[in-house]
Design a protein around this ligand. Structure first.
Ligand SMILES: Cc1cc2nc3c(=O)[nH]c(=O)nc-3n(C[C@H](O)[C@H](O)[C@H](O)COP(=O)(O)O)c2cc1C
Length: 191
């Protein structure tokens, strides 16, 4: 279900994201990404909405190596781990809309994103998921967010393939318009 005409147009928004730079599997081969795919999309959304940006960062960084990271992540999922995060957002209460970005890891979001969701009260807020992936789209992540935040409105979310993030401007801005978010372009009467 796509939620349209949401009254989120004038809401104050925050773009919170987890993204892992380093070696990753993109389009069938391992490449080194100095900036993670999800971070590219997060910054696009932030630029278009003039929202604030918050990086969800675990205290213990994941390995630079792709395969090692998949193993650590699989174990965290198996044990339902909650990796500790760097920093705490004192201002979360002041946002109505939280864009929540992450890569698809093993079919859902990385466990630090769950730590983030449990660290704050999202009641009454709108959470807008977006993810980057290598073929599985959002997986079961949106269902998992809905289970975790039953008192929030969770939109369906946007999935972008990792290799496509740099050319995703049009897709992202069309999606923002579709969900009713006021963008910088519409603010200046350009759309
Ligand atoms: C630990 C791990 C698990 C992954 N699991 C999946 C998966 O189940 N499905 C999928 O489509 N992509 C999977 N990927 C690929 C990432 O979702 C994809 O490369 C994403 O764009 C990485 O985003 P980032 O650069 O912001 O971290 C996985 C990558 C890693 C490192």
């Amino acid at each position: 279900m796509v939620v349209k005409n949401m009254k989120i147009k004038d809401s104050k928004c925050m773009v919170a994201y987890f993204s892992r730079p380093g070696n990753n599997y993109v389009g069938g081969r391992i490449v080194n990404l100095p900036v993670g795919n999800t971070e590219v999309v997060a910054k696009m959304i932030q630029g278009m909405t003039a929202g604030d940006l918050f990086r969800i960062e675990p205290v213990n960084p994941y390995p630079e190596d792709y395969t090692e990271t998949t193993e650590v992540a699989r174990e965290e999922l198996r044990t339902n781990a909650r990796p500790k995060l760097v920093g705490h957002l004192e201002t979360l209460a002041s946002y109505d809309v939280i864009f929540l970005g992450y890569p698809n890891w093993w079919g859902t979001m990385p466990m630090p994103v769950l730590t983030f969701l449990e660290a704050y009260d999202f009641s009454g807020k709108t959470i807008v998921p977006f993810c980057t992936h290598e073929g599985s789209g959002l997986g079961r992540s949106v269902t998992d967010i809905r289970t975790k935040c039953p008192r929030s409105t969770i939109l369906d979310g946007l999935a972008i393939r990792g290799g496509d993030v740099k050319s995703a401007q049009d897709e992202v801005s069309a999606w923002l318009r579709e969900i009713g978010m006021k963008t910088q372009a519409s603010r200046f009467g350009l759309l």
